[in-house]
Design a protein around this ligand. Structure first.
Ligand SMILES: [Zn+2]
Length: 289
């Protein structure tokens, strides 16, 4: 399953992460490097010829669960035998799967001449280097003919799912911050998997077998502190237009949805540290998820 998810076109779009140079705790060997994390960032992509563009409204508000200002750009049946369609709109509040974060789910609805149109969104996708976000799903009422170009629609997302995904993603970033604060590792963040069925972050490097329990215990103390300190998340735009998300003061280019501050993640801990080929795989869990 993990391999399948890792094969998503958004995962593997490697962007450079970096540590803030001004933070006083960022002086360890792991602070001076540039590390990569598998993330996607829609702000970096340019539209291909003939392709439509979807404004990622979820960039500016994790907590916008409903939105009625989107217009249809395309509503096309997918190839194959299923009854699935792809609906593309000029704006969306639905986060596509990518960057280690799962897809949102929800509904796209409207009413045309007294007929209700309800499109159940099962998956949201965005191809690498594309600015077009596709809502994949099926109609439980109405049809694609009732979604002509320019039709205004309302979107509603699964709120519980969005909140959980934001907490899981921010928690993954918080592992990096904890390592930084500990000043005790040369692990280089490489890949994040922020799904509820076993979230982890992989780091390039190694921790000796006999050191792992000690590092996990120290990290869990620091993670507890970081959550209690309730540090606000900051989102800015970098020099090249990339979206920079700072969780507990540690900036990283990222296209995910994140919590407002570390307290919202709630109690979390590293549950396992294991060698995985050349990487150290650090599994983590949230107390309530
Ligand atoms: Zn991220």
């Amino acid at each position: 399953m993990l391999l399948g998810l890792a094969g998503n076109s958004c995962i593997g779009h490697i962007l450079r992460c970096f540590r803030a140079k001004t933070h006083s705790s960022f002086t360890s060997p792991i602070n001076s490097f540039q590390f990569s994390r598998s993330i996607y960032c829609a702000t970096m992509a340019s539209a291909a010829a003939g392709e439509t563009r979807t404004e990622p409204v979820y960039f500016s508000d994790t907590y916008l669960f409903s939105f009625d200002k989107a217009s249809v750009l395309k509503a096309e049946k997918l190839e194959g035998d299923s009854n699935d369609y792809a609906v593309v709109t000029d704006q969306t509040i639905m986060h596509p799967q990518g960057g280690g974060q799962p897809s949102d789910q929800g509904e796209i609805t409207t009413s045309v001449d007294g007929t209700d149109v309800v499109f159940q969104v099962k998956q949201v996708s965005k191809a690498k280097d594309s600015q077009e976000i596709k809502h994949i799903g099926c109609f439980s009422s109405g049809s694609a003919e009732l979604l002509p170009v320019g039709q205004t629609v309302k979107m509603t997302i699964n709120e519980d799912m969005r909140r959980l995904h934001a907490r899981l993603h921010s928690a993954g970033h918080l592992l990096d911050t904890a390592l930084n604060r500990l000043n005790a590792s040369d692990l280089i963040p490489s890949k994040g998997y922020h799904f509820a069925d076993g979230p982890y972050v992989e780091y390039i490097g190694n921790v000796a077998n006999e050191e792992r329990d000690k590092l996990m215990a120290s990290m869990n103390e620091v993670l507890s502190d970081l959550v209690k300190e309730n540090i606000a998340t900051q989102i800015t735009v970098g020099d090249s237009g990339e979206r920079i998300v700072s969780i507990a003061g540690l900036p990283c280019p990222c296209g995910g949805t994140h919590v407002k501050s570390t307290a919202e993640i709630g109690p979390m801990k590293v549950t396992r540290m294991k060698k995985n080929k050349k990487n150290m795989k650090m599994s983590y869990s949230l107390e309530s998820s």
